[in-house]
Design a protein around this ligand. Structure first.
Ligand SMILES: Cc1cc2nc3c(=O)[nH]c(=O)nc-3n(C[C@H](O)[C@H](O)[C@H](O)COP(=O)(O)O)c2cc1C
Length: 192
């Protein structure tokens, strides 16, 4: 295993939003390969709480109609912004693929919800890392729409599955972005 290659993909992963994607489609085999990494996230008691709703082709347009419709229905008239509505309508179709992210809780609730949320986060990062290796930008969009109960229903998730947002992906038509992080100096306490 190449330590440098693993580090490189972790450091290179970037949030790139759908408006910065090219028209180049993402092949189904690549989407499948990316999804496959999700199930290898660490998962306490092997609960495997991740659920995904994959939107490709015309499904992306339906997602845009849903998201913009949700925004309109849930925004007071005086706060409604046509620009935001238009963006929500067009964003999914601008992406190569959009993946609705879900967290399922088993009937017995064997694990605290925090653990199930964390493991889904790990599964999403697995997908983001392999997407990076494929040269794909990704964008995890959460917010009010992402967490709404109606969104989980729209994704086709059952009543025990919460929506945690959407992971968009696509080939960037821009320079690969650079980012910054603060030093760990005042964020790590070492006990020796
Ligand atoms: C759980 C989660 C939810 C996020 N939701 C949003 C969001 O709703 N809107 C947004 O602009 N970015 C969202 N992001 C992406 C962050 O803005 C992004 O990771 C951050 O700007 C750092 O950039 P990087 O991903 O390129 O390192 C989310 C990230 C995570 C982990």
């Amino acid at each position: 295993m190449s330590v440098d290659a693993v580090r490189e993909v972790i450091l290179k992963r970037r949030t790139i939003k759908p408006m910065q994607y090219s028209d180049k489609p993402v092949e189904q085999a690549i989407i499948d390969d990316i999804l496959e990494t999700a199930r290898w996230a660490p998962t306490h008691k092997l609960s495997e709480p991740w659920r995904f709703a994959v939107f490709t082709g015309g499904g992306r347009q339906k997602l845009g109609e849903y998201m913009s419709g949700w925004y309109k229905a849930n925004t007071p008239e005086e706060k409604f912004q046509q620009q935001k509505f238009d963006r929500l309508l067009s964003v999914p179709a601008s992406s190569g693929c959009a993946i609705g992210i879900g967290m399922h809780r088993d009937e017995g609730e064997r694990l605290p919800e925090e653990e199930e949320l964390l493991t889904v986060g790990c599964s999403v990062q697995n997908m983001q890392l392999l997407a990076t290796a494929y040269g794909l930008g990704t964008f995890w969009s959460s917010g009010a729409i992402g967490f709404a109960r109606e969104t989980a229903n729209f994704f086709g998730f059952d009543e025990r599955t919460r929506s945690l947002g959407v992971l968009f992906m696509g080939y960037p038509n821009c320079e690969w972005p650079v980012s910054e992080r603060r030093s760990l100096e005042d964020r790590v306490i070492t006990h020796r």
